[in-house]
Design a protein around this ligand. Structure first.
Ligand SMILES: Nc1nc2c(ncn2[C@@H]2O[C@H](COP(=O)(O)OP(=O)(O)OP(=O)(O)O)[C@@H](O)[C@H]2O)c(=O)[nH]1
Ligand SMILES: [Mg+2]
Length: 207
């Protein structure tokens, strides 16, 4: 897929204010600082499109970006950021989980995992929750430029094994680096295929 256009549409804290679910949508989620916003900028080849930061907790809202006028990428706040209060974490949880659970046009959740780390409980638990809800997801292992390919492969194998404790089959995965564009063609190719099967949901209940 060639990305001809990528534009910021809106930021939201209210699910009722999201764009109508008439286009296929892909949500990017993962721990704070894992590289969600950077990956979105890499895929769209627009550096400042999604705000990135070295400080975790940069993305605080549900951000919609429209690609080629046909599909949305959604940048979500990271989970597991230690420095926010418990009540804020709970608010985040409720809000994001209800978005993921209810968004009719959501095609696939991209769960971003830091490829440098051994399986983290919070990531495995989040995948388990997606599985319980029957939500379709794929894994994107980020920051692969930061260590050897062997190390990346080892961590991926460990993560897949951790998922096999609760899943019969592990979802597809992508190895990515926003620094050197690894994984770009693969992810865009995947999205392009899923887009082909999109059926516009009946939204009469929303109007
Ligand atoms: N070397 C390298 N650094 C990366 C990569 N992806 C992200 N980073 C860096 O990691 C930091 C966090 O990136 P963000 O894209 O802001 O992460 P995020 O997941 O959107 O973070 P929050 O919005 O705070 O949850 C930034 O300093 C990025 O430059 C990558 O593929 N390689
Ligand atoms: Mg971000």
């Amino acid at each position: 897929m060639i990305v001809k256009s990528a534009e910021f549409i809106c930021s939201n804290t209210q699910i009722s204010k999201l764009p109508l679910p008439l286009k296929p949508e892909y949500a990017f989620i993962g721990r704070s600082n894992v590289g969600k916003s950077s990956l979105i900028n890499m895929l769209t080849e627009k550096k400042g499109l999604a705000k990135t930061s070295q400080t975790p907790g940069k993305t605080q809202l549900i951000n919609h970006f429209l690609i080629n006028d046909t599909w949305y990428i959604v940048d979500l706040p990271g989970y597991g950021y230690a420095k926010i209060s418990k009540s804020k974490k709970e608010d985040w949880n409720k809000f994001i989980r209800s978005y993921l659970d209810k968004r009719e046009s959501l095609q696939t959740v991209f769960v971003l995992i830091d490829s440098r780390l051994e399986p983290q409980k919070i990531d495995v638990e989040f995948c388990n929750w997606l599985g319980e809800k029957g939500l379709s997801f794929v894994l994107a292992f980020t920051k692969a430029d930061k260590q050897s390919a062997v190390k990346t492969d080892q961590n991926i194998a460990k993560f897949r094994k951790a998922l096999l404790a609760s899943f019969e089959e592990v979802p597809p995965f992508f190895i990515t680096s926003s620094e050197n564009h690894i994984g770009r063609d693969e992810i865009l190719g995947f999205i392009s295929q899923v887009n082909q099967n999109f059926e516009v949901p009946d939204i009469s209940h929303l109007q």
